[in-house]
Ligand binder design. Structure first.
Ligand code: HAM
Length: 399
């Protein structure tokens, strides 16, 4: 993951595990399930006995914290606009397979002034292409990218109005949460999981019919770039995501083998979030992978990549451990994974060990090799053995 983030020029950020409750209420939204039902919140003690404490919350997600840090430390001044994070998040949900109260996210955010291109559909497409690359490199198969645009504030007003109107005659037949949402924040009706409500939700108007021209164009351009880099996606006009800060592009990657909790990751654009938290205009887009679910998906994919050692070095005879250590040090600098044997092992035992741990090559480091500077490199799959000069070893192994 870190390799991929590096290739896309992301830097790591670590924000605190808890923040002020208000940050999440304002960022994620009062009416969302996360803020309304799932946060671990407590009143902190004030300094003096009489002081009223501050309300704090274990972070239920990391986007609000990253944007807070961006504003507080003026990260735009330092050119830090592509940030990734890894760490625990907390939500009081009903635990089940793939859903935990302490879970782990690996996420990233691209944020910055619009003049720096942070609003461009190229950023959205780059994020989605990064995710496809990441999952492919991990050996995860069978993922589906579900994509939608949920428009901007302009579209939302008209859409909310249409939803309110459509919900008015039917809300009484829905669950209590939906009855409340229908009035306060009708978009959140789409978060409802109650089976009886689904036929009603199915018939509600779609956001796609309400996008204004700039939002429609933005979405078209995202899709155009995705087609050009051959990242497949499915449009899902019901995908609105359960957090209030989203605008325009919204997406989830799902995985068939995960059962009910099949969203391996989710994300989207949040162009007004910085302003909502008291910062400057700073359009952004990001995602968070559910690491626990990623691991479940990995164990379902037979081809999950566990990196085996490239080379087992077999020091042959007294005094050879220190020489083998030098060769290992040289090769590891080339990102070659090395397992070291011991000068007391017989060659036969070394070769057996090398095969057992799945090394690709065995490299023999004896008196002879060191004096001539030519090493015996044995391909353990084919049994073929080659004489390779020391300076060519890294290249021979990597090719
Ligand atoms: P989210 O969809 O709430 O988005 O969470 C992202 C991912 O975290 C989910 O797709 C899922 O894989 C995992 N996840 C969520 N809740 C749980 C849980 N209780 N147990 C296990 N895994 C879970 C966000 O958190 C946004 N901050 C993502 C984002 C970043 N949007 C823009 N930037």
């Amino acid at each position: 993951m870190r390799d991929v983030f590096r290739a896309y020029n992301f830097h790591e950020i670590r924000t605190p595990i808890f923040e002020s409750t208000e940050l999440f209420a304002r960022g994620v939204g009062e009416e969302t399930d996360i803020v309304a039902k799932e946060m671990y919140t407590w009143e902190d003690r004030g300094r003096a006995q009489s002081d009223k404490g501050q309300s704090l919350t274990l972070r239920p997600e990391n986007t609000a914290g990253v944007v807070r840090a961006y504003i507080e430390h003026k990260l735009w001044d330092r050119g830090l606009n592509k940030l990734y994070y890894m760490g625990p998040q907390f939500r009081r949900e009903r635990p089940q397979k793939g859903r935990y109260r302490q879970f782990y996210q690996i996420g990233a955010e691209v944020i910055g002034p619009a003049t720096a291109g942070s609003e461009s559909p190229a950023r959205d497409a780059e994020i989605l292409e990064l995710l496809a690359t990441l999952l492919d490199r991990l050996g995860i198969k069978d993922w589906t990218l579900e994509l939608n645009s949920i428009g901007c504030a302009n579209d939302r007003a008209a859409y909310n109005e249409a939803l309110r109107k459509a919900l008015e005659p039917v809300a009484a037949q829905m669950c209590v949460d939906c009855q409340r949402r229908a009035v306060t924040n009708p978009l959140r009706v789409f978060d409802c999981k109650v089976p009886e409500d689904q036929p009603i939700i199915e018939k509600l108007p779609r956001i796609s019919e309400f996008l204004d021209e700039p939002c429609r164009k933005h979405f078209e351009q995202v899709k155009e770039i995705l087609r050009s880099v051959a990242v497949e996606f499915q449009e899902n006009s019901r995908l609105v995501r359960g957090l209030d800060y989203y605008t325009r592009t919204a997406f989830e990657f799902t995985h068939g083998a995960l059962g009910a909790q099949n969203a391996i990751l989710g994300g989207g654009r949040y162009d007004g979030l910085s302003e909502a938290l008291g910062g400057p205009a700073a359009p952004g887009i990001g995602f968070a992978i559910g690491e626990d679910r990623l691991v479940l998906a990995l164990s379902e994919s037979a081809e999950a990549v566990v990196r085996k050692p490239d080379v087992y070095i077999a020091p042959l005879g007294p005094g050879m451990n220190k020489e083998a250590a030098r060769v290992a040090r040289e090769l590891r600098r080339h990102d070659i994974v090395i397992e070291l044997g011991d000068e007391n092992f017989r060659l036969k035992k070394s070769l057996e060990t090398a095969s057992k741990i799945g090394a690709k090559y065995a490299l023999i480091a004896g008196e002879n090799e060191l004096s001539t500077g030519v090493f015996a490199l044995k391909n353990l799959a084919t049994g073929e053995q080659k004489a390779v000069p020391r300076t060519d070893l890294a290249r021979a192994i990597q090719s």
